[in-house]
Design a protein around this ligand. Structure first.
Ligand code: CP
Length: 326
């Protein structure tokens, strides 16, 4: 059995084995990104509907490119230019897309749980491309692929997560994912962005500490995940930005507290000079662009797993592709 899920709505319900399986499939697809001929025909005749009700650069383009590299077509909902502006509901909008017979719906929405709501009401697989402050499963998977490539393992790493954890679906998905591999988390940011309930997110074998000082959070870290300050989700008066920079920005000097070869991840978009010093963002420990490249392999793997009628191993797809290119 290659997989046993019909949607990709979040990391929380997945087992470590299922996550490892997705990463194995993605691994096989990484080499396609380096190949001079990147286009396969495996999903020819299939269509992915991209329904982004919130802005996105990386995730939307990555899914569109992943679909194109597998030979699939895409339908694109431009939320700003759609009949949502005329008052059409979410449900009517996705039912309209569904009536055009896509083979999956990739969806981002500002409301937590919106993709789950849709998945119960349409007849095709739904992939969550980020829902409110809940989960961003493909981001966590591409982060995991990046960490595993560089570190060789996901097991029992020390992971520092810096910044606006409360509003971060990336943080939640990463805690669910890396927690299943026994990672230990140090969360650091302004107290109002580090709610106590985060401590209950981790599975047995993993731990979460809320740490007030960034230097302490970074001590001995294998991986540092820097989060964007999500001003669009802040309803309460935030910390003055100059104070945030002073107390929490990841600088080269602070990064020295982490292990010498610690990885620096940021999901993007980065606010250079706010949560991260440009010298770190562009420095040798930064994995930011590798994350973007790995996003293609992860999303190709998921599209294959969910859109093909019959399970097929990604390595067979790639082998078939190199024969076709010869
Ligand atoms: N990381 C991420 O979700 O980026 P976008 O908002 O640009 O898709």
């Amino acid at each position: 059995m290659l997989h046993c899920f019909s949607h990709m709505l979040g990391i929380e319900p997945l087992t470590a084995e299922q996550i490892a399986l997705i990463l194995e499939q993605a691994k096989a697809l990484q080499e396609i990104q380096q190949h001079p001929l990147k286009k396969l025909a495996t999903l020819r005749g299939k269509t992915a509907a991209l329904a982004f009700f919130e802005p996105s650069t990386r995730t939307r383009i990555s899914f569109a490119t992943a679909a194109a590299r597998l030979g699939a077509d895409t339908m694109n909902l431009q939320a700003e230019a759609s009949s949502l502006r005329k008052g059409e509901s979410l449900l009517d909008t996705v039912r309209t897309l569904d009536a055009m017979k896509p083979d999956c719906i990739v969806m981002r929405h500002s409301s937590s749980g919106a993709p789950h709501f849709v998945a119960e009401r349409v007849g095709v697989p739904v992939i969550n491309a980020g829902d409110g402050t809940h989960e961003h499963p493909t981001q966590a998977l591409l982060d995991a692929l990046t960490i595993r490539d560089r570190r060789g393992t996901l097991d029992e790493l020390n992971v520092a997560i810096l910044g606006d954890v409360q509003h971060s679906r990336v943080a939640r998905s990463n805690i669910h994912l890396l927690g299943k591999f026994g990672c230990r988390f140090a969360l650091c940011g302004p107290a109002m962005w580090l709610p106590c309930e985060l401590e209950s997110l981790t599975p047995p074998g993993s731990t979460i500490r809320r740490v007030p000082r960034v230097e302490e959070a970074l001590e001995g870290a294998d991986v540092v995940i820097v989060l964007r300050v999500q001003q669009e989700r802040h309803h309460e008066p935030g910390l003055p930005l100059e104070e945030y920079v002073l107390l929490y920005q990841l600088t080269a000097e602070r990064l020295q507290r982490a292990k010498p070869n610690a990885l620096v991840l940021h999901p993007g978009p980065m606010l250079r000079g706010l949560e991260i010093d440009p010298a770190v963002a562009d420095g040798p420990q930064s994995c930011v662009l590798e994350q973007v490249t790995n996003g293609l392999a992860v999303r190709m793997a998921l599209l294959l797993m969910l859109m093909l009628g019959t399970p097929q191993d990604a390595s067979d797809v790639v082998k078939g592709a190199s024969h076709a290119a010869d």
